[in-house]
Design a protein around this ligand. Structure first.
Ligand SMILES: Nc1ncnc2c1ncn2[C@@H]1O[C@H](COP(=O)(O)OP(=O)(O)OP(=O)(O)O)[C@@H](O)[C@H]1O
Ligand SMILES: [Mg+2]
Length: 510
């Protein structure tokens, strides 16, 4: 059970051929990774199999039988469950309700709430995650939402499980948890289709890897007989160089200084300095408080005590009554830019076009106070080129771009709002392919060389290690490490992140 054959699927969106003649087959009991650059067509294939989209041409066979999958309900009947790349939990329903969405436990036709909550809690516990089943889904972090979506796929219990970028917001520890879940599914003989941009995961987990490029099928390889280099070059058709931040970018001048910052329930007594041209990373497990800490510097959380200065000026002094960081708007006025990790929820304006998403927040008026068409076109063209954003027209709805290209638009927007001092990036390469990732790393380096100071929060440790000049590690709301590049070491960071030790590089202490 669970054999899938996709035969010559094609799908167009207006002028864009998202898929041309793609044939793929998945065996039961295997973990089959599907990879490709942003916009290669991975999610489109998954959505067709999941009944969310209809192919224009081609057929689908399950266990040797031709099937039609006109909707999600039919997909479920066929035993297919899908965790979409753009998470779509019901924000006003509880975690338990979301887990059992589509398969609510009933008693005499009435939803058995108690049973639902009990089973939900059991399922989450078996997944090793600590999320209350009675919280509203809309209040969860992106990482927790990802876990709940996965729980939903498990609760549905089909033979074919599709995970489209399931780990984009998860860190090392949670990824391990997911590995356990995925391997369990394999042991039960299920078919797991796994879409990810993280090469390490793909090689750790999968039995076979299929590659798509520009909407076409390229190849399928046995994972054990292949290598990262081979897969990457199949994906992009060229070799990609790995990136390492150069220390030279970092100056001595202190741009932002944070001292004794606390926010009850999230983080406590945090102090650090951010230098001109420095890329400072924040590492830590899910829920450690690093997200809230960094978001406080953009006015998204209210610290209870502590002082923050920018270019020597106090901008926040909780005890002293200075509060210029009360909201994102005032942060922007201070020259602080921000890219959210919650692209779908609070990042994009889904129905609006690419142009308005990128430039909507910035001044693009001519001397008569009117929108300056030429200036707009030039600015957009500049970002499109420097970030290599792919879209068909500047009015194309941003929600129709591939995930990675949406992310690039978010980055372009932050740059366009003329943040001059500090740029805050939450999960900057979430869902971005290897090629584009190294482009973005290069871009961060360029910005830092120009004197921009950057704070990066990422759940991908390898990303932090290769892009940052220094790394701040947070465990249970407290800083447990501040590492200079010379001391960067994955194990050291993990032991600080799990509270096993503290480490401060010589120069960073104090
Ligand atoms: N609803 C839509 N309307 C218009 N174009 C679309 C739509 N959905 C996808 N596309 C286009 O189809 C192509 C394939 O997109 P898809 O989302 O399948 O890529 P992907 O491989 O999942 O990329 P990523 O790694 O960025 O998630 C892209 O060029 C994308 O812009
Ligand atoms: Mg996708």
């Amino acid at each position: 059970m669970g054999e899938v054959k996709l035969n010559q699927l094609s799908k167009r969106f207006g002028g864009v051929a998202a898929l041309s003649d793609v044939s793929l087959s998945f065996r039961s009991g295997e973990i089959h990774a599907v990879v490709g650059e942003n916009g290669a067509g991975k999610s489109t294939v998954m959505k067709i199999l999941g009944g969310i989209l209809q192919a224009d041409a081609g057929t689908i066979e399950i266990d040797g039988r031709l099937v039609e999958i006109p909707n999600v309900l039919r997909a479920r009947e066929l035993g297919i469950s899908i965790v979409c790349q753009e998470l779509n939990l019901m924000p006003d329903l509880t975690v338990a309700e979301n887990i059992f969405l589509g398969c609510l436990p009933t008693k005499c036709g009435v939803v058995n709430r108690r049973e639902m909550e009990r089973r939900g809690a059991e399922l989450l516990k078996s997944m090793g995650v600590d999320i209350s089943v009675t919280s509203l889904a809309g209040e969860l972090s992106v990482a927790c939402q990802q876990m709940v979506s996965i729980a939903n796929a498990l609760a549905i219990g089909g033979d074919i499980v599709i995970l489209d970028e399931p780990t984009a917001a998860l860190n090392t520890r949670e990824v391990e948890t997911l590995y356990g879940i995925v391997r369990d599914l394999k042991r039960q003989g299920k078919t797991v289709i796994y879409v990810s941009h993280r090469m390490k995961e793909i090689f750790d987990l999968s039995d076979r890897i299929s590659v798509l490029r520009d909407g076409r099928y390229v190849a399928t390889v046995e994972t054990s007989a292949s290598s990262e280099d081979e897969v990457v070059s199949l994906m992009v058709g060229r070799a990609v160089t790995t990136h390492r931040a150069s220390v030279s970018g970092r100056g001595d001048e202190v741009v932002m200084s944070v001292s004794g910052l606390s926010c009850v329930g999230f983080y406590e007594d945090i102090s650090f300095e951010l230098h001109r041209g420095e890329v400072l990373g924040f590492a830590g497990l899910m829920g450690c408080g690093k997200d809230e800490l960094v978001k406080s510097l953009f006015g998204l959380y209210r610290p209870d005590s502590g002082v923050v200065s920018l270019d020597g000026q106090v901008i926040l002094d909780v005890g002293g009554g200075v509060d210029k960081l009360s909201c994102p708007r005032s942060a922007i006025e201070l020259g602080i830019g921000y890219v959210t990790e919650d692209r779908k929820g609070s990042g994009i304006f889904a129905a609006m076009g690419v142009l308005d998403n990128v430039l909507g927040g910035s001044c693009r008026l001519n001397k008569f106070g009117l929108l300056d068409d030429e200036k707009e076109a030039a600015l957009l063209a500049e970002y499109t080129e420097s970030l290599d954003i792919k879209y068909t027209s500047r009015d194309q709805a941003i929600s129709s771009l591939s995930g990675g290209n949406q992310q690039k638009c978010m980055l372009a927007r932050a740059l366009a709002t003329q943040c001059e001092r500090v740029l805050i990036l939450m999960e900057p390469t979430r869902g971005i392919d290897v090629g584009a990732k190294s482009e973005i790393y290069g871009l961060l380096e360029e910005l830092s060389k120009k004197g921009m100071s950057i704070l990066v929060v990422s759940s991908e440790l390898s990303e932090l290690l290769s892009t940052c000049h220094r790394l701040c590690v947070v465990f249970q709301g407290r800083m447990t490490g501040l590492l200079d590049q010379a001391d960067f070491d994955e194990e050291l960071v993990m032991s600080c992140a799990t509270g096993q030790r503290e480490f401060y590089s010589g120069a960073s202490k104090g």
